[in-house]
Design a protein around this ligand. Structure first.
Ligand SMILES: Nc1nc2c(c(=O)[nH]1)N[C@H]1C(S)=C(S)[C@@H](COP(=O)(O)O)O[C@H]1N2
Ligand SMILES: [Mo]
Length: 201
């Protein structure tokens, strides 16, 4: 998470979360390499404390059959840049939770992606009306570097909580720290409350 030059002015009537500056365009940012497409072996797994006490597996086709959702949302990187009005479309994350429901008492999710990337997310955040498993950005299919075939977008959280190349999640009773959360970043990560670092928890 490095900082980025090229800040622009925030338009009147708009605001950014505290401590953020605006960029005209989001830089491509992730840790490690871009995975190469593997449509033949792609699946999505929902496991951990599921209601039926079994792992649920979905093909991409099955995921794409869930209710569609389009969201216009800002990106907020914890390295302090934001962008405004990105448009993301795909399927509702809440619909996938409903298709593979958690056991009673589950409040937490560890979302995982290719190459072991993961992010800790509260079930409540994953089920928010604007949480989208995106297949498209700005009206075009996601590019590989932006997370194709599927990427999670949670508009009110810092964007490290939006894994690109997402492959599923596990339900847990207690929060489990993901990639950045175990490197000093916040479990919840609400950008509007500036929940950046773990020491603020
Ligand atoms: N799989 C994966 N997803 C990831 C990351 C990553 O390192 N790996 N980085 C996150 C971070 S820190 C940011 S800011 C956004 C950047 O998204 P962008 O490249 O579309 O701008 O992706 C997020 N999703
Ligand atoms: Mo980020």
């Amino acid at each position: 998470m490095m900082s980025t030059a090229g800040a622009i002015d925030v338009p009147p009537e708009r605001s950014l979360p505290p401590g953020q500056h605006l960029l005209a365009q989001a830089p491509v940012m992730h840790y490690g390499p871009v995975p190469r497409p593997r449509p033949d072996r792609w699946d999505l797994t929902v496991g951990g404390m599921t209601r039926e006490n079994r792992e649920h597996r979905f093909s991409l086709e099955e995921v794409l059959g869930l209710p569609q959702l389009e969201v216009v949302a800002d990106l907020h990187c914890s390295s302090r840049w934001s962008t405004l009005d990105e448009s993301w479309s795909g399927v509702s994350a809440r619909a996938l939770v409903e298709a593979a429901p958690p056991a009673d008492g589950v409040d937490e999710v560890l979302v995982f992606a290719e190459f072991g990337y993961s992010a800790s997310i509260r079930l409540e955040d994953l089920m928010s009306a604007r949480a989208v498993l995106a297949t498209h950005h700005a009206g075009e299919p996601l590019t590989q570097e932006r997370g194709a075939p599927l990427r999670l977008i949670l508009p009110h959280l810092y964007s490290w909580k939006g894994p690109k190349w997402v492959r599923g999640w596990n339900y847990t009773l207690e929060p489990e720290r993901g990639f950045w959360e175990s490197r000093g970043y916040h479990l919840r990560g609400d950008a509007w409350r500036e929940e950046r670092y773990g020491y603020q928890e």
